[in-house]
Design a binder for this molecule. Structure first.
Ligand code: GDP
Length: 410
C-alpha cells in the first residue's frame, strides 16, 4: 500500500509570511490560479473573501492540495495551526492532527517568541520539522544569522540544504547544495526555474556548506557515516536524501531552506522537501488510545485495514451543507453509509458524505482512510475534540493537555 499523504502545519510568528507562503503553496500546486496579495486582503486564507465567494466557513481548518514529484503524486493537507499561545488548546489539537510542521521565519527578524512556543510543543510530540527562512528580499535579511538562532534559541541542529544567492534587494535565487546547482526564478510569478552552474564567487561558500551538510549527516546518521567513510566520492544523491529523511524524522537534524514567498522565489523546492523528507502517516508510530469501556490502553495501527478511529478537530458550518465535522482519521477507513460511533455521546450515526476540502471547493470522496483529513456531513452532535470509532469498538484518543508556555528569562 502506498501512502502519498503529508499532513503539515505551518507555524510562524505573526508577519513572518505564513499567509503569503500558504497562498503560494496553493498556487504552485495548481489549487488556485491567481496569486493573491495579503496586503489587498484577497488571499485564499482570507476568511471574509472566502466566505463571500463560496458561502462556506471552513476558514482555514484544513486545505488539501497535490504536488507531483518524480513518479509520485502527493496529497498535502495543510492544517491550520494557530501561532499564539493564547490558543493553547487549539495549538495542541492541531499538533495532534498534523504529522509535521514547516516553520517559517522572517530572514531579518529571525526566531520570534510565537514560533518558539509552538516549536517546543511540536518537539514534545515528536513532530518532524522543516524550516523556511522567508523574506530573503527584505532589508536586513541574513540567512546565516537565522541559522544560528535556530541553533541557539530552538536548541536544534539546522541542516542548510541551500544557501541564498544575494540578499535584500539583490536576492536572486538559491544554491541547492545537494544537486550543486544555482536556481533562479526567471518569471514574475516564479513558475520557471532556471538551473545554472554555481556562480564563481559563490563556489567556495557552496563547497563549505556542502561539506557541513555531509559532515552533519555523517555525524548524526550511522548509515550515512559508514558510506561516507568508505568512499566519499561514491555518495549518491539518493543516499543524501535518505539520510536527510532519517535525521529529519528522528528529529536530530532540521532541514533549512530559504526564499521569498512574496517575490515567488523558493516555494517549489520547499514543496519538494515537504514530500521528500517529512513522514507519511503510516510511517509514524502506532497511535495511543484508550478502550472507552475498559479504560485499557490500546494502540491503533495506522493503516486502513485496522479498526476505524478518528478525531473531530473542528466543526464548521457551511451555508449549503450544514454542519461539517473536520476529521483526522488515524486508523481504518470509512465510506458513505457506514455507521460509526461518537465515543463521547455513545450514539451511533450514519455517515452521509465524505468530503475533501480544497481551497475553493469540496470534493466528495468514496472513502476516507487512515492518514486522511476529511470533512463529514450528517453528524448531528459532533463537537470539536470528539473521538469517532467503528460502531461497537469505542476507543478514546488521548485527552488534550494544555502545556505551560515557554517563558524566557533574558
Ligand atoms: P503572516 O502574519 O505570517 O500570515 O504574514 P503575511 O503573509 O500576512 O505577511 C506579512 C507581511 O509581510 C505582508 O505585508 C506581506 O506582503 C509581507 N511578506 C510576506 N512574505 C514576504 C517576503 O517574502 N518578502 C517580503 N519583503 N515581504 C513579505
Amino acid at each position: 500500500m502506498k501512502y502519498n499523504t503529508r499532513n503539515i502545519g505551518i507555524i510562524a510568528h505573526v508577519d513572518a509570511g505564513k499567509t503569503t507562503l500558504t497562498e503560494r503553496l496553493l498556487y504552485y500546486t495548481g489549487m488556485i490560479h491567481k496569486i493573491g496579495n495579503v496586503d489587498e486582503g484577497n488571499t485564499t486564507m482570507d476568511k471574509d473573501i472566502q466566505e463571500k465567494n463560496r458561502g462556506i466557513t471552513i476558514s482555514s481548518a484544513a486545505i488539501s492540495t497535490q504536488w507531483k514529484k518524480g513518479h509520485g503524486i502527493f496529497n498535502i493537507n495543510i492544517i491550520d495551526t494557530p501561532g499564539h499561545i493564547d490558543f493553547a488548546v487549539e495549538v495542541e489539537r492541531s499538533l495532534r492532527v498534523l504529522d509535521s510542521v514547516v516553520a517559517v521565519f522572517c530572514a531579518s527578524s529571525g526566531v520570534q517568541p510565537q514560533t518558539e512556543n509552538v516549536w517546543f510543543q511540536a518537539e514534545k510530540h515528536g513532530i518532524s520539522k522543516i524550516c523556511f527562512i522567508n523574506k530573503m528580499d527584505r532589508t536586513g535579511a541574513d540567512f546565516f544569522a537565522v541559522l544560528n538562532e535556530i541553533r541557539t534559541r530552538l536548541n536544534a541542529v539546522p541542516l542548510a540544504l541551500q544557501i541564498p544567492i544575494g540578499a535584500e534587494d539583490r536576492f536572486e535565487g538559491v544554491i541547492d547544495l545537494i544537486i550543486q546547482k544555482a536556481l533562479y526564478w526567471t518569471d514574475e510569478n516564479g513558475e520557471t526555474i532556471a538551473e545554472k552552474e554555481i556562480p564563481g564567487h559563490y563556489q567556495a561558500e557552496a563547497e563549505e556548506y556542502r561539506l557541513k551538510l555531509m559532515e552533519s549527516l555523517a555525524e548524526y546518521d550511522e548509515t550515512f557515516f559508514e558510506a561516507f567513510m568508505e568512499t566519499e566520492a561514491g555518495i549518491t544523491e539518493e543516499m543524501i536524501l535518505n539520510a536527510i529523511k532519517r535525521t529529519c524524522q528522528s528529529g536530530t537534524l532540521v532541514p533549512v531552506l530559504c526564499g521569498s514567498a512574496f517575490k515567488n522565489k523558493g516555494v517549489q523546492p520547499l514543496l519538494d522537501a515537504v514530500v521528500t523528507y517529512l513522514p507519511a502517516p503510516n510511517q509514524l508510530p502506532a497511535m495511543k488510545a484508550k478502550d472507552a469501556g475498559t479504560g485499557d490502553a490500546v494502540e491503533l495501527e495506522r493503516n486502513e485495514d485496522g479498526t476505524f478511529s478518528g478525531l473531530v478537530f473542528k466543526v464548521v458550518i457551511d451555508k449549503h451543507m450544514g454542519k461539517l465535522a473536520m476529521l483526522r482519521i488515524y486508523s481504518g477507513s470509512i465510506r458513505p453509509g457506514d455507521t460509526v460511533q461518537n465515543v463521547r455521546t455513545g450514539e451511533n450515526f450514519r455517515i452521509s458524505r465524505i468530503l475533501q476540502m480544497q481551497s475553493d471547493k469540496t470534493l466528495p470522496v468514496e472513502k476516507g482512510k487512515a492518514g486522511d483529513i476529511v470533512a463529514l456531513t450528517g453528524i448531528k452532535d459532533a463537537k470539536t475534540g470528539d473521538s469517532l470509532s467503528a460502531s461497537g469498538r469505542a476507543v478514546l484518543l488521548e485527552s488534550i493537555t494544555i502545556p505551560a508556555p515557554v517563558i524566557r528569562v533574558s
